[in-house]
Design a protein around this ligand. Structure first.
Ligand code: ZN
Length: 139
């Protein structure tokens, strides 16, 4: 397992990039739209991992709801696992709350699932399936 990324909810990507890119000096690899989540993402590589700055594109986006409730800050951490379904099965068998939509594919084609913060010490945890393993199997 490894840390895939940290998601940070921000009110404005432009404002947040003034700090992370212009002041702190991080590089921006690119931007992605996640229409299903109504989120625009800025991707900032950071060693073996990356920061994802998350900006809502609609009022009913989960990020807009998070900002309204908690303000800007760390929204989730994402952990890469080799076999998502196996992990989910084991977690659910142990009473961990898995959020609806588990196993769907994100922007990069990764399969992912979110675990409810009440099961994870107050942190929203995203599990992402390692694509290399998956692609090698499917090929
Ligand atoms: Zn994420």
């Amino acid at each position: 397992m490894k840390l895939d990324h940290i998601g940070i909810a921000v009110r404005s990507l432009d404002q947040a990039l003034k700090f992370y890119r212009d002041t702190l000096g991080m590089n921006v690899k690119g931007f992605e739209m996640l229409p299903a989540e109504k989120v625009r993402v800025a991707i900032l590589p950071l060693g073996d991992t990356r920061l994802e700055l998350l900006e809502a594109t609609a009022e009913d986006s989960p990020i807009a709801q998070f900002l309204a409730k908690r303000g800007e800050g760390i929204h989730h951490i994402a952990i890469e696992v080799e076999h998502l379904d196996r992990h989910l099965q084991q977690l659910e068998a142990n009473g961990v709350r898995v959020l609806p939509g588990k196993g769907q594919r994100g922007a990069g084609g990764h399969r992912y699932a979110f675990l409810h913060p009440s099961s994870c010490g107050g942190v929203l945890v995203e599990l992402i399936e390692a694509t290399k393993v998956k692609e090698a199997k499917e090929a």
